[in-house]
Design a protein around this ligand. Structure first.
Ligand code: NAP
Ligand code: SF4
Length: 674
C-alpha cells in the first residue's frame, strides 16, 4: 500500500489516461535555443523515466512577436517539427506523455516588436508594446492555432495554452492592461473573448483526442486584477470551449508579492485553486510551492485539486515520482525554492540547472558511471561541497571517508536554515544525511583532521569552507560586537538596536533573522497578512485592501555597506527584491557608501565617501559583523608543505561569491572525474 494513494492514482481523460496526478510544470531552460536536440530530449526523457504523469515543455512562441525574447524557440519550420519529434519520441519510449506549452508573452516580450491589447508598458520590460488592431488580433489567434497543429504533428500529446502570469492572454482580461473599447475590450465579457476564442479554435483544429490544458490566472495579485466571479466565468467558458484540464496560474510576473520563493509557505496558494473545484467538471491542477510527495498528497486529500503541478522539483530530482512510489521519499533531492540555478539563470540568458542537482540540463555531459578503479578517497569538510563529492564518489564505487569537525553535516547550511523563510534548508541537510548513509560513506563527525591523518588516501579533497573576514574596525573587540556565526549558530544575545556591517547575502539573512521572531513562512495566515494577500472572492486580484500588514520588527536594524550602490543590488535576480522588500517592511535602514571609523560603547561611528565627510554615530547596542569570508586553507597549505597533492573545492578554493550552487557543482564534477 503506497503512502500516496491520491498522488499516484491514474487520471482518466476519456481519450487517454495519465498514470498519476503529477504534472511537471513548464519551465524555460534555454536548452531549445542551443540547438542540441539530443540534450533537450534527454532532459525530458529522464523526467519521463522518473515516472511523472505528464510533462509540460518550456513555453514555445507561436510567432516572432510573441516570443519571450527575440529568437525564442517555437514550431516555425519543418526542421523545428522534426527536432521536437525527436523529443516526443524519446519521452514516449520512456513511457511518458508530454504537452507543449504555447506562450505568447505580449507586453512581457523583451523585444521592440512586442504587441499587446493596449500600449501599456510593463514595469518589467523596457519596451512599450504596440497596440494590436482587429486584424493583428486575428493573426495572433491564427498563429497560436497553427502552433498547436504543429505540436500535434511533432508528436506531442497535447498543448498547454499559457493564459496566466500576466502574459498575452491574461493581458486581455483586465483593465490594468486592456483599455480597448472594441469587441476585444470594454466589458468583462469582451475582455474574456480572446482566451475563449483561442481555446475554441485550437480545439476545432486539433481534434477531440488531444490534451488541451488552459493555464488560468486564479489570483492576479496586481491592482485591478480579475474578480473571482470573472475567474469562474472564464473557467467555465474555457471548459465549454474545449479545454481538457485547467491549470493554475498564481500572480503576474510584475506582482510585488512573492509566489514561489523559499520564503513563500509550502502550498501557499492551494486554497485558491480549491475555490474552483466543483465550478467546472474538467480536472483542475494546482501549483506553487509543492515540493514533497507528502505535501502533494495532502493537497489532493484536502480536495484542493485533481492533480498537482511541480516544476522546479523536477530539476532537483527527475526520479521524484518513482522514488515516492517505491517508498524512497527520503531519497528525493529536495528543491529548496532558491531560484539560484534555475530562474536566476534563465533570466540571465544562461542555461537552467539546479543548485541541488547540477546534472539538470547537463544530462548528456555529466554522467555518474561506475568506476573500474576504486580508490580510497578522503574528504575533509562536510558542507555542501564535501558532502556532494562524497555521495557522488561513493555512488561510483569509491571507498569514501568524510570528516568534519562539527557534529553534523551541512556546514554553513546549518546557519542558513536558522534564517526565517529558509526552513527548506532543513530538508536539504536531512537529504545529505540520507544519501551519505545510502551511498556507504564512512562519516566521521566531531573529528579534527591534521595533514598526517590523510597519508593513506589515494585522493584527498579539501572542502574546509571559509572563515569570516576581519573588517579591522577599531574597537571591534568590544563586548558589543559579534559576528554572524555568533548570532545564527551560537545564538549570541543581541540588543534591540543593531548595526549590521556588510550587506551581502549573509548581512541580509542576519538582518531578517534579527527583525523577525517567528518565521511567517511557517504560518500561512501571517505570511498572507505580511504581503497583503487577500481572498480573491472579496478583493479584486486577491490584493488585500489594507495592503501589507507586517508584524512589528523585533529590533531596530541598520544594514550598512561601503559600496555607494543600493544595498542588495547583487542578490539573486528573482529573489533580491523579496529580501529588500522584507527588510523595508520591517523598517530596516539600508545605508551604502559608508566608512567604518570606529566602534565604542555608544555604537558604530561612520563617515561618508572618500573625503570621510558627515561623521556620525549610529547609536546601537550591538554591532554584527557580516563582512564576507575568506577561504579556510590551513589544512590544504599543510598538505602542500609536506608535498601531498590534494583537490581544494568550495569556499576553501574561492570564497568570494561562494554559495552552495558553486560548491555542489564543483564537488559533483570533481567526483565524476575521480
Ligand atoms: P558577500 O556577499 O561577499 O558580502 C560581503 C559584504 O561584506 C559586502 O556587503 C561587502 O560590502 C562587505 N565587506 C567586504 N569586505 C569588507 C571589509 N573589509 N570591511 C567591511 N565590510 C566588508 O559575502 P557574504 O554576505 O558573507 O555571503 C557569502 C556568500 O553566501 C555570498 O556570496 C552569497 O552568494 C551566499 N549567500 C547567499 C544568500 C542568498 O540568499 N542567495 C544568502 C546568504 C549567503 P562592502 O565591500 O561594500 O562594504
Ligand atoms: Fe529548486 Fe533551487 Fe534547484 Fe531551482 S536551483 S530547482 S529553486 S533547488
Amino acid at each position: 500500500m503506497t503512502s500516496y494513494p491520491r498522488l499516484l492514482a491514474p487520471l482518466d481523460l476519456g481519450f487517454t489516461t495519465l498514470k498519476n496526478r503529477v504534472l511537471m510544470g513548464s519551465m524555460h531552460t534555454n536548452l531549445e535555443e542551443r540547438g542540441d536536440w539530443n540534450r533537450v530530449a534527454e532532459f525530458y526523457a529522464a523526467r519521463a523515466r522518473g515516472g511523472v504523469g505528464l510533462i509540460v515543455t518550456g513555453g514555445m512562441a507561436p510567432n516572432a512577436e510573441g516570443g519571450v525574447f527575440p529568437g525564442a524557440g517555437g514550431l516555425f519550420s519543418d526542421k523545428d517539427i522534426a527536432d521536437h519529434h525527436y523529443v516526443t519520441d524519446r519521452v514516449h519510449e520512456e513511457g511518458g506523455k508530454i504537452v507543449m506549452q504555447i506562450l505568447h508573452a505580449g507586453r512581457y516580450a523583451y523585444s521592440p516588436d512586442c504587441v499587446a491589447p493596449s500600449p501599456v508598458k510593463s514595469p518589467i520590460s523596457p519596451f512599450p508594446p504596440k497596440e494590436l488592431d482587429a486584424v493583428g488580433i486575428e493573426k495572433q489567434i491564427a498563429d497560436i492555432v497553427t502552433s498547436a497543429c504543429r505540436a500535434r504533428e511533432a508528436g506531442y500529446d497535447g498543448v498547454e495554452i499559457m493564459g496566466s502570469e500576466g502574459y498575452f492572454l491574461n493581458q486581455f482580461l483586465v483593465t490594468h492592461t486592456n483599455k480597448r473599447e472594441d469587441e476585444w475590450g470594454g466589458s468583462p465579457e469582451k475582455r474574456m473573448r480572446l482566451p475563449i476564442e483561442v481555446v475554441k479554435r485550437v480545439r476545432e483544429a486539433v481534434g477531440a483526442d488531444f490534451i488541451l490544458i488552459y493555464r488560468l490566472s486564479m489570483i492576479d495579485l496586481i491592482p485591478n486584477g480579475q474578480t473571482w466571479e470573472e475567474v469562474v466565468t472564464l473557467a467555465k467558458a474555457v471548459e465549454a470551449a474545449g479545454a481538457t484540464i485547467i491549470n493554475t496560474g498564481i500572480g503576474w510576473h510584475e506582482a510585488r508579492i512573492p509566489t514561489i520563493a523559499t520564503s513563500v509557505p509550502r502550498r501557499a496558494f492551494s486554497w485558491v485553486t480549491k475555490k474552483l473545484m466543483g465550478e467546472v467538471s474538467i480536472p483542475v491542477i494546482t501549483s506553487n510551492r509543492i515540493n514533497t510527495p507528502e505535501v502533494g498528497e495532502e493537497v489532493l486529500s484536502d480536495g484542493c485539486a485533481d492533480m498537482i503541478s511541480m516544476a522546479r522539483p523536477f530539476l532537483a530530482d527527475p526520479d521524484f515520482v518513482n522514488k515516492a512510489a517505491e517508498g524512497r521519499g527520503a531519497e528525493i533531492a529536495p528543491c529548496i525554492a532558491c531560484n539560484q540555478a534555475c530562474l536566476d539563470h534563465t533570466f540571465a540568458g544562461k542555461l537552467t540547472t539546479c543548485l541541488v542537482n547540477p546534472l539538470a540540463c547537463h544530462e548528456t555531459e555529466i554522467e555518474i558511471t561506475q568506476t573500474n578503479a576504486p580508490k580510497n578517497v578522503a574528504i575533509v569538510g562536510a558542507g555542501p561541497a564535501g558532502v556532494m563529492t562524497a555521495i557522488t564518489a561513493a555512488e561510483r564505487g569509491h571507498q569514501v571517508t568524510l570528516y568534519d569537525r562539527a557534529g553534523q553535516v551541512g556546514g554553513q547550511l546549518n546557519m542558513a536554515k536558522q534564517v526565517p523563510g529558509k526552513e527548506e534548508f532543513h530538508g536539504l541537510v536531512a537529504w545529505f544525511e540520507t544519501m551519505l548513509s545510502k551511498a556507504g560513506v564512512d562519516l566521521r563527525l566531531n573529528t579534527n583532521v591534521v595533514a598526517q591523518d590523510l597519508d593513506g588516501a589515494d585522493e584527498v579533497i579539501i572542502a574546509t569552507g571559509v572563515t569570516p573576514r576581519d573588517p579591522q574596525i577599531p574597537g571591534q573587540d568590544g563586548p558589543n560586537v559579534v559576528n554572524y556565526i555568533d548570532v545564527l549558530r551560537d545564538r549570541a544575545v543581541v540588543g534591540k538596536r543593531v548595526a549590521v556591517v556588510g550587506a551581502g547575502g549573509i548581512g541580509f539573512d542576519v538582518s531578517e533573522f534579527l527583525v523577525t521572531e517567528d518565521s511567517p513562512a511557517e504560518d500561512l495566515e501571517a505570511w498572507k497578512a505580511e504581503w497583503g494577500v487577500g481572498d480573491p472572492s472579496e478583493t479584486r486580484g486577491g490584493l488585500h485592501p489594507e495592503g501589507s500588514q507586517p508584524d512589528a520588527p523585533e529590533r531596530e536594524v541598520t544594514l550598512l555597506q561601503r559600496k555607494a550602490e543600493k544595498p542588495g543590488r547583487r542578490l539573486g535576480k528573482t529573489t533580491g527584491w523579496i529580501h529588500r522588500a522584507t527588510l523595508k517592511m520591517k523598517g530596516v535602514k539600508m545605508v551604502g557608501g559608508v566608512n567604518y571609523e570606529r566602534i565604542d560603547a555608544d555604537g558604530l561611528h561612520v563617515s561618508e565617501g572618500e573625503a570621510r565627510e558627515n561623521p556620525r554615530l549610529i547609536a546601537v547596542d550591538t554591532i554584527v559583523l557580516c563582512a564576507g569570508q575568506l577561504p579556510e586553507r590551513s589544512l590544504a597549505d599543510a598538505l602542500e608543505a609536506k608535498g601531498q597533492s590534494c583537490h581544494v573545492i568550495g569556499g576553501a578554493d574561492v570564497a568570494s561569491e561562494l554559495d552552495a550552487k558553486r560548491a555542489i557543482n564543483q564537488g559533483v564534477r570533481l567526483a565524476v572525474g575521480l
